[in-house]
Design a protein around this ligand. Structure first.
Ligand code: MN
Length: 703
């Protein structure tokens, strides 16, 4: 616990005697005002303002800020008034204390909800005097450090607020050291179990990493030395627990995938040398394309400067490397507070890069505030700045949802509710219909259209970014595939048994159990599943089942009927695009179930040599659904011919999925339409209709 005498010694290193005298008076005022009050920890209340002042003294903040820190809780909690403070320490200090007190009353439940007004007040207080937020951040930091004394409920609320409001503000002001401590403490109190588990996992993983990091470091050191560049430091960087956690959560990566990335920082003495070192690093290890960022020439919004690159180190492991000067490094850690900490950073305008940028940012916010007067629009701007890797979108009822940047309509649907995601069929952004894969931007209103009986599409997995969407889609597909493959497997086994004059019913349960055991499977259902997925061949399974089974009457082998509703375990080959009415064959491919080809497909002749792999199939009497088929149309080059063809096709009640030009010259065009048809008769009708058009030279179904 800091004693006032120690703080005084610290202050003496950078403040004048008169200033320290004033701070001493402020200390006495606070001590007297808070006397008899205790912290939840049982400590005297004065320990808190003392610690806050000491955090600010570490940052070499000016004497007015230190006085404000000392008195930051007196207006709120004691009989001392703003006027009392003004009379003794001047208006500036009184304003500062008043500003911090007002911020103390703001409670942020969660950023996605209606705290717009509170955040606006906070930003306005900051823009009047940026020191207000520094005192407030130091106050919050000490409260976080002593959070253990509070009830579990309060811990959770304060930790959440710290993660959602204070850490991003510290980040926006470039104060990385603050941000990291906020995140680490906030994470540990909000999710204590996850924190402990992750910490342990990282500790274990770190052991294995040591060797490789050391070898990369040594290689770099040697190379830099031989090139005559003096590196002030090469340090392996630890990824912080909270950022690891966020990556796992939002990018749906495993710990191993994240820990697989090594990170190093190289500190040099000049900007010139930053670029020289970059060249040397790239000559030593192959850079990963698209990962180089020059934040020296173009600093980040919070003033952060550094070169970033990713290279492939030994054994091809990716290594993230940051290269920067000592000054940039201090700026990266302290942001605007570097202005007080390192006087040398201050330019003639009285501010450092980060501070100038912070002021510009706040000025911009003020302008928005003045121009719009709408606190929602204002808050949208603040949020985009504070949480750059998230988007904020509205539900049709005006609720705000936050999603990681890059999120699509499907991510949104799953964020609303799993059922909405599972049954979504279309989406509207700002009232206009858009593809489900559309990426969202902040401020949009998103509406999801659902349909009963609709279900997730495997293709969604290629564009969703949230873990929630991904997990739910996979889960649904897995269940679906399971039940479909079981029912297909059952039918395949039934058919194979009929070739042996047996029926499913005639096979004793012991036989199923025995065969499953022989194939190392868990029972009858899994046996069907494996057959349906193509991992076991139905005729072989049937033969095993047939052992010791009584024969029934002789039966002819009926081909398996395809109804068009089999779903994921039956698919239709893209090479020949079979449609109902075509002669077809079914091929089993391991893990993918059955693929239906046309009997005369050229790919079939090859596989036909493996009779155990194909199954005689035929279309059921009634087939449901529509089937894609390719139609090639050769036409004379006439204006509007494509529209004529498209109209003709849609006149026949067929949807066009896609069209492309296969050949083209001065006089001729060959279009290929991908249409959805019901069966062969439907196709024939379309072909006839196309042939009747005068400019059409030739119409054929593509093989
Ligand atoms: Mn306080």
């Amino acid at each position: 616990m800091v004693q006032f005498n120690e703080l005084k010694k610290q202050l003496a290193t950078y403040l004048s005697k008169e200033q320290i005298e004033l701070i001493t008076e402020a200390f006495h005022m606070a001590e007297q005002a808070h006397s008899g009050q205790l912290r939840s920890s049982g400590d005297q209340y004065i320990t808190h303002p003392l610690e806050v002042a000491s955090i600010l003294a570490d940052m070499h903040l000016d004497y007015q800020s230190i006085i404000a820190a000392m008195l930051h809780d007196v207006i709120e909690d004691t009989s001392v008034s703003k006027e009392d403070i003004a009379a003794k320490f001047g208006d500036k200090v009184a304003e500062l204390v008043d500003g911090v007190s007002k911020l103390a009353q703001l409670k942020f439940e969660s950023r996605a909800e209606a705290q717009a007004e509170n955040l606006r007040k906070m930003m306005l207080a900051m823009s009047r005097d940026i020191r207000v937020i520094l005192v407030k951040l130091a106050d919050r930091l000490h409260n976080m450090r002593t959070l253990g004394a509070l009830s579990r409920d309060k811990q959770r609320r304060i930790a959440l607020e710290t993660l959602e409001i204070y850490a991003p503000i510290a980040n926006r002001l470039g104060m990385n050291t603050f941000r990291l401590e906020f995140e680490d403490l906030g994470f540990s109190y909000l999710y204590p179990v996850r924190y402990r588990v992750l910490k342990e996992a990282v500790r274990k993983a770190r052991g294995n990493r040591k060797e490789i990091v050391t070898s990369i470091e040594a290689a770099l050191r040697n190379k830099l030395q031989s090139e005559g560049v003096n590196a002030l430091g090469i340090v392996g960087r630890e990824k912080h627990l909270y950022s690891l956690y966020r990556k796992m959560r939002f990018k749906d990566l495993s710990l191993a995938e994240i820990m697989d990335v090594y990170a190093l920082r190289i500190i040099v003495d000049s900007i010139d040398n930053c670029y020289r070192v970059l060249g040397i690093v790239h000559s030593l290890y192959k850079p990963v394309h698209g990962r180089f960022k020059d934040y020296i020439a173009v600093p980040k919004a919070n003033g952060y400067q550094s070169l970033h690159t990713t290279v492939l180190g030994p054994h091809g492991v990716p290594v993230e490397i940051q290269i920067r000067t000592e000054q940039m490094n201090q700026m990266a850690e302290n942001g605007i507070s570097a202005h007080w900490l390192y006087k040398s950073f201050t330019d003639e305008n009285g501010g450092n890069e980060a501070e100038v940028r912070a002021r510009e940012w706040l000025k911009g916010l003020l302008e928005i505030q003045n121009n719009t007067g709408s606190s929602l629009e204002f808050i949208e701007h603040v949020k985009i700045d504070l949480y750059p890797d998230e988007v904020y979108v509205f539900t049709p009822t005006g609720e705000i949802l936050s999603l990681p940047s890059g999120a699509t309509c499907v991510d949104f649907a799953y964020a609303v509710h799993t059922d909405v995601g599972n049954s979504c069929i279309a989406a509207k952004i700002d009232r206009r219909l858009v593809p489900l894969s559309s990426r969202l931007s902040s401020g949009q209103t998103v509406e999801i259209i659902t349909a009963d009986g609709a279900h997730p599409n495997p293709a969604w997995l290629s564009f969703v970014v949230t873990g929630k969407a991904r997990i739910n889609i996979r889960h649904w597909l897995k269940n679906q595939q399971l039940s479909e493959s079981r029912s297909l497997g059952k039918r395949l086994v039934e058919r194979a048994l009929s070739a042996l004059s047996l029926t499913l019913e005639s096979i004793a349960e012991e036989n199923f159990a025995r065969v499953a055991k022989e194939l190392k499977l868990h029972g009858k259902e899994e046996l069907f599943e494996e057959v349906g997925l193509g991992n076991q061949m139905a005729p072989l399974v049937a033969r095993r089942l047939a052992v010791d089974s009584p024969k029934g009457d002789d039966q002819t082998v009926a081909p398996l009927a395809i109804k068009g509703t089999e779903g994921m375990v039956v698919s239709y080959a893209k090479c020949c695009r079979p449609i109902p009415g075509d002669m077809i064959l079914g091929f089993l491919s391991a893990g993918r179930g059955m693929v239906i080809h046309r009997d005369n497909c050229s790919n079939v002749s090859e596989v036909r040599r493996y009779p155990e792999k194909y199954v005689f199939v035929q279309w059921a009497e009634e087939v449901l659904g529509e089937f894609p088929v390719e139609i090639r149309v050769d036409v004379l080059n006439k204006r509007g011919v494509l529209a004529t063809l498209a109209n003709a096709i849609s006149d026949c009640n067929a949807n066009i999925e896609n069209v492309h030009v296969e050949e083209r010259d001065e006089t001729h065009n060959a279009f290929v339409f991908l249409c959805l048809v019901k069966e062969r008769k439907h196709l024939a009708q379309i072909l006839r209709r196309l042939r009747s058009i005068s400019v059409v030279l030739k119409v054929a179904r593509n093989k």
